[in-house]
Write a protein that binds this ligand. Sequence first.
Ligand code: NDP
Length: 340
Amino acid sequence: MSTDFNISNQINYIPNEARYTNMKYRRTGKSGLLLPEISIGLWHNFGFENNFENATDILKTAFDHGITHFDLANNYGPPYGSAESTFGSIFKHDFKPFRDELIISTKAGWDMWPGPYGNFGSRKYLIASLDQSLQRMGLEYVDIFYHHRPDNETPLEETMGALDHIVRQGKALYVGISQYSAEETIKATKILKSLGTPCLIHQPRYNMMDRWVENGLLDTLENEGVGAIAFSPLKQGVLTNKYLNGFPKDSRAVKDGRYLKTDQINEEVLFKVKKLNDIASSRDQSLAQMAIAWLLKDERISSVLVGASSSGQLLDSIKAINNKEFSKETLSKIEQILKT
Ligand code: NDP
């Protein structure tokens, strides 16, 4: 309260005082860090091509509802880097006084700049990339820095050594990995442990229709004491009601098409989505809410990392936390639908 009062003269944004009332926070693996059950990602809708006011509105809505975790990467945009720049502008104007209430993450591992040093997992790339990210975001440090994907060509000791170095430099508080298999995760966590910088978190794709993490990764993370944050929980919008009556002009599949193509949303997929939507309705939830709640039923999931193209969508998704209970019968109905 006193913090809010003190900063109210300096900034335009005064967050909702009740922001911590409804959101629940979960321990990330065996660490001291709590993450909100729902986090917001800036992969889409925050580039220079997107509407700045809309982007600002989404982040304010998130924070107003207790979403303390904003997830970025060096190459989010388009163009690459622009989501971090947009975030930097919003942060400077609206969120700076709340830095200690936020968990901000970024990543490097995919193609970012030309030449041999702007991709994969070398020490050269990771350290330079984080320096660039901090500059774009106007931050002194990020809370979590990830290696964005495994790189079999670079010795894992070098990549993990770079993460450890970054923490010792004070440029990240924690480190994580993304898209690593269970086997790669075991190796990476072992190296990080030996260096004295435990792996905080793993960021895999996980949603009702994409279940690879259930074949060993989630068990591994639990055994290693590492948290899990599920990305694309709505399968980029497929696990919502938005494609049930055709392809909306403003949808990701139509508007963007880089990562979600209209032909991926075929009759077979929509048949399942329709049935899942009926189950969600019987629970008085939107399908988006049910898809998020379905992930949160597993306590090993530290947070569900959603995207949103409007604050209205985010407000809908946030309500998922109000009903995370599933009867055995409902769970088996869902499995039947997914297997058909
Ligand atoms: P989602 O699966 O949550 O998809 C988000 C999209 O779904 C939105 O842009 C919107 O699509 C639609 N949507 C969201 N909420 C609703 C709603 N309530 N009702 C109807 N439609 C809705 O996640 P993303 O694929 O965006 O990924 C989330 C985050 O995960 C990213 O921002 C990023 O931070 C992270 N990520 C990490 C990766 C990694 O390799 N580590 C890879 C990919 C993502 P529309 O635009 O059509 O309205």
